[in-house]
Write a protein that binds this ligand. Sequence first.
Ligand code: GLU
Length: 471
Amino acid sequence: MSATYSFFGAVEKSFDKAAAFTKWEKGILEQIRACNSVYQMRFPVKMDDGTIEVIEAYRVQHSHHKTPCKGGIRFSTEVNQDEVMALAALMTYKCAIVNVPFGGGKGGIKIDPRKHSVYELEKITRRYTSELVKKNFIGPGTDVPAPDYGTGEREMAWIVDTYASLKPGELDAAGCVTGKPITQGGVRGRREATGLGVFYGIREVCNMPDVMSKLGLGTGVEGKRVIVQGLGNVGYHSAKFFQDAGAKIVALAEYEGSIYNYDGLDVDAVFQHRKATKSILNFPGATNCVKNTDALELDCDILIPAALENVINGDNAPRIKAKVIGEAANGPLTPEADEVFAQKGILVIPDMFLNAGGVTVSYFEWLKNLSHVRYGRLEKRFTENQNNAIIAQIEGTTGKKVDQKVKQDILHGPDEVDLVYSGLEETMITAVNEVMDCWRANPSIPDMRTAAYVVAINKVATSYAELGIFP
Ligand code: GLU
């Protein structure tokens, strides 16, 4: 990352570009744009070799127009205040677009998780959580963290356990964090949620005949050539859902390098190869690229950056050949790259709603924790009994047996994962259409990101106005 690049500055720039298309007064816009609370902390942790390391960490609450605040916690050596502020701001806009009733937040711990033992990571995570508790920066009604880059279910389990032990008897303690393992109050479908949301979002755009014909592409996902950068949780699942829907994964990139095969790569096989050899390179049948960023510039229909911010910028944007870019990561494109793509007519589907699948399913998990009951528990059997009666009636009146496979599909009452997927699909389709409608209604809006910001600003401003904060 270049020394002068400010991620929060880039978010502010995009915000200002969009604010000009809204009717809100300056003061309201300023309040929405500002970061409300920044908590920077340092704490000592004794490492396995007996030395003491001082850990730098953050939690930022960007907005409180709705509470609790919501957003992940990342573990990375790149963590800094500017980055966490930007990511927290994106959470505000993301939640607004997908109608998830939370303010925006984000956390970060400046460590390389690969350089620590599991025991050290546990100590760091638990200490971080107790620092958050001390300052009232965590709780089911105040601020609810989740996984992000470098964290997952394991870390969320440590967080909920630490929180619950410091708040004995708190009935809703499980709702203090989302992305937990199922056994600790997690919800089925959360792990793949961001990748699945990316897929639903891009698929919806691919099904719009007017948008596809402008790009010179046919409708639908099937047969489209896709490149994914990043094989972490989000990248892996995005690639997998595209492959399952009949798209061709022509290149995959990781930080050690990238590979391509125009006949298509099998995502699971590449994943297993990387696990076994510790590198994506030298996958049988594929060609290695010299640099990991080379894959971004290969010929394809859809490019999905799914790792970190600022990977596509003013330097490499002119060389990108994709027709659609779906931002699965947060902030992978700089404002300079946006301008290049707007000019070239490349469609950028922005992070601020495209990767909202994670927080959407986090919302479902939080609701599950507050209601203390698994989705589907009440209605599954009832629905199956009713469907059984309907099929018996049809078979009785027609004198014909319903096909066994069709019968099983109709009979099946919804499990938790079915309801979570359907809630996510509905959310993503609605969000994409809302942003597209805003863009279609105002053709002077230069790109989809600006249209998304306009939708977000309007929602947050309305909510502030309704709260009576600006009489
Ligand atoms: N870290 C994810 C994001 O950036 C998920 C946040 C959440 O579930 O709260 O959207």
